[in-house]
Design a protein. Structure first.
Length: 147
């Protein structure tokens, strides 16, 4: 099985969830320790049995990007949530929204792909009802920044 960007986003969500619950002091060390605990993979994108190459880099970019600009991203989210506290959201919804905001702001991934992937991730890791808030918030942000 070939590793895809979907897998990389899933790894990023897992790392960001762990970081949300227990914020790391050393982001690089935190990311490395995540890879060490991951089960061995057997595919063309694995290095020494662990994810490597482009998909590992893709996941790490998202984790490092979100964690290094967390205050800025959270300020954007607070504004977009309109009368809803950031920490009233479930951890998964908060993490997926943070990653979606970062991707829409920084990456060259098309708007529709970012939003669709975020919806799929929140469906997988949370509840189907969560898709509405994720879709609405990311769509408003994308419109705001002209994406």
């Amino acid at each position: 099985m070939q590793t895809t960007r979907r897998h990389a986003r899933e790894w990023a969500v897992q790392m960001l969830t762990a970081a949300d619950l227990n914020p790391p002091e050393d982001i690089a060390g935190f990311i490395e320790s995540y890879w060490e605990t991951l089960p061995t993979l057997e595919d063309g994108d694995a290095v020494a049995g662990k994810p490597g190459g482009k998909m590992r880099k893709f996941a790490e970019e998202r984790v490092f990007g979100v964690l290094s600009s967390l205050d800025e991203i959270d300020a954007v989210l607070v504004e977009l949530l309109e009368n809803w506290d950031l920490y009233r959201l479930g951890t998964v919804e908060r993490v997926v929204l943070r990653m979606g905001i970062w991707e829409l702001k920084v990456s060259d991934v098309p708007r529709a792909v970012v939003i669709n992937e975020a919806i799929d991730l929140v469906n997988w890791y949370s509840t189907p009802k969560s898709r509405m808030i994720v879709n609405g918030v990311l769509d408003r942000y994308a419109a705001k920044v002209g994406r």
